[in-house]
Design a protein around this ligand. Structure first.
Ligand code: SPV
Ligand code: MG
Length: 542
């Protein structure tokens, strides 16, 4: 139902209805959620929330801007306290047109002169408008409205200015004749005598609206029985908020701690809810291209790395510092610079020492007598979310650092599984260290640059003649291949003989089952930290 129609029904109904003051988007929303059928955008509270006086210090376009937020935030009608209409008949015409454009259901104008001031400040000194001139504002406003159901309420300030019932009635009658849709009769007394006397004489010539701020002790039943149409609670949300704000501010100033207030205030998620944050999340799903978090990384960092001796007494190898930063920090930085920030680290030895912020952590409790396969399984199993297989996955080790371009080079090919292979493998052989050697569909060569190379075999003990390179310890598995990876890992891990299985054994098994594993050849720009010498070398690498 149109907001103007909703308001008309409140105004014309037989029941006493209530409007709640609101002064910005969030208070309007809170009012609607509390069950109010309409809102009063009061001049006093709107100007107060800007920190200025209720004397037209807030410009009328600033009023409009705030109203737009309030109307957008709610589905119930708003009656604007339009003060005097901000000028003469011409200003009222323009105001009415602008209010309709912004979805405001009704306006109330009072028979004073611009600039007005609040009725409760020296009311009897306030000058009332000439009746004829005020009627011209009403007529012009009514002529300007495009929607027949837009309502103009006219506020009689005769009692406020010290006049009697006769003057109030004379004015109300003239405004009614001029086309007003209802009378707001205002009073600054602490008892309802003036408004009750007015209502008795006015009877039902048109709906009568009241603002019981000063005669608040009057039982609502009295107002209902007198036949008023609408009662406005005109400033109570702001006044309540002021007490809460003051208490919280004073407590924080005194205690310099959030502890004693946290449970007393709205949780941040309640702000998000009122702002409709979840609607935006849904909309993002519908409208935004699916990118951003399309890639994740798992870093296997469970083992101690005993070969580094005392360096790993209190922390695992991945936390050994290279140039003032743990190895893990260098790895995370490489992933981050390639745009990957969703990173899971599998911890094992001294897990408490692996504590870089912003990472997800998973435990391999059996790290002491298990290998890379089991650590990978721990990471895969920990990921139980519905969207777990929607992102491509990088897997690498907590002791292997690499340059960002290695990550990029693995992301490029359109194959589902891609590993980085260093063609400079003879160095490792010469140093007599164990390495993850691979044989591929063809060795590295200039011609091979343009061809797709695939993994044929992997192992530490390949005959030298078969070796085409060394796996750098980093692999990308496309989202589409993750279910297959999970199944294979589960199957292999179920076999007790495979507890110490390494990832290159997994690749070997996968290839033997017919899976194509793409190889990108590169030379250098990575480092496997296995020994104290490696730690030194890493210093110059990083
Ligand atoms: C307002 O809320 O701004 C009003 C009502 O106009 S009163 O403050 O009582 O004048
Ligand atoms: Mg006002």
């Amino acid at each position: 139902m149109k907001k103007t129609t909703q308001f008309r029904r409140l105004l014309a109904g037989d029941e006493l209805e209530f409007l709640l003051e609101a002064h910005n988007g969030i208070s309007a929303k809170i009012g609607e959620e509390a069950g109010f059928k309409g809102l009063w955008a009061g001049g006093l509270c709107m100007s107060a929330q800007y920190g200025v006086r209720d004397s037209n210090e807030m410009s009328w376009t600033q009023v409009l801007d705030m109203l737009e937020f309030m109307a957008d935030a709610t589905s119930i009608p708003i009656l604007l306290d339009g003060d005097t209409g901000y000028g003469n008949f011409n200003n009222v015409r323009r105001l009415v047109r602008k209010l309709e454009q912004r979805g405001i259901a009704a306006v109330c104008i009072e028979d004073k002169l611009y600039p007005k001031t609040n009725s409760f400040i020296d009311g009897d000194k306030q000058q009332l408008a000439e009746i004829d001139e005020f009627c011209s504002r009403i007529k012009a406003g009514k002529d300007a409205q495009a929607d027949d159901e837009f309502a103009i309420i006219t506020r009689v300030e005769a009692f406020i200015a010290g006049w009697g019932l006769g003057e109030a009635l004379r004015r109300a009658e003239a405004y009614h004749e001029a086309g007003s849709d209802g009378i707001l009769i205002h009073s600054a007394l602490s008892v309802p005598t003036e408004i009750l006397a007015f209502k008795k004489e006015w009877a039902d010539r048109s709906p009568v609206v009241i603002v019981p701020t000063k005669y608040y002790a009057t039982p609502t039943e009295v107002l209902r029985e007198a036949g008023f149409s609408i009662a406005i609670w005109a400033n109570h949300i702001l006044r309540a908020a002021m007490v809460a704000m003051k208490n919280t501010a004073e407590t924080l100033a005194a205690e310099q701690s959030l502890l004693s207030i946290e449970d007393e205030i709205a949780p941040v998620r309640e702000i998000f809810r009122l702002q409709g944050a979840s609607e935006l999340q849904d909309a993002e799903e519908r409208y935004l291209p699916k990118r951003g978090q399309t890639t994740r990384a798992v870093i296997l960092a469970a083992s101690r790395g005993a070969a580094l001796g005392d360096l790993t007494n209190t922390r695992p190898k991945t936390m050994v510092e290279i140039r003032g930063q743990p190895l893990l920090g260098h790895i995370v930085a490489a992933y981050n610079s390639a745009g990957i920030k969703n990173i899971t680290v599998v911890r094992g030895y001294r897990p408490e020492a692996v504590d870089l912020p912003g990472l997800n952590y998973v435990a391999n409790e059996a790290f002491a007598d298990s290998g890379e396969l089991i650590s990978l399984k721990c990471a895969l199993d920990a990921d139980v979310g519905e969207s777990r297989d929607e992102c491509d996955l990088f897997v690498s080790f907590g002791d292997v650092i690499f340059k960002r371009y290695i990550v990029d080079s693995l992301a490029e090919p359109d194959d589902d599984i891609v590993i980085a292979v260093d063609t400079n493998w003879s160095e490792s052989v010469n140093r007599g260290r164990a390495a993850d050697y691979v044989r591929c569909s063809e060795p590295h060569s200039r011609q091979a640059f343009y061809r797709k190379i695939y993994l044929a075999q992997a192992g530490e003990t390949l005959p030298e003649a078969d070796i085409h390179g060394e796996w750098m310890g980093i692999v990308r598995i496309a989202a589409a291949a993750l279910p297959e990876l999970r199944a294979l890992v589960d199957e292999l891990a179920a076999e007790p003989a495979n507890r110490k299985m390494k990832l290159h054994h997994l690749f070997d098994a996968w290839v033997r089952r017919g899976r194509k594993i793409r190889v990108t050849y590169t030379t250098g720009h990575w480092l496997d930290v296995d020994s104290l010498d490696d730690v030194l070398a890493a210093g110059s690498f990083a």
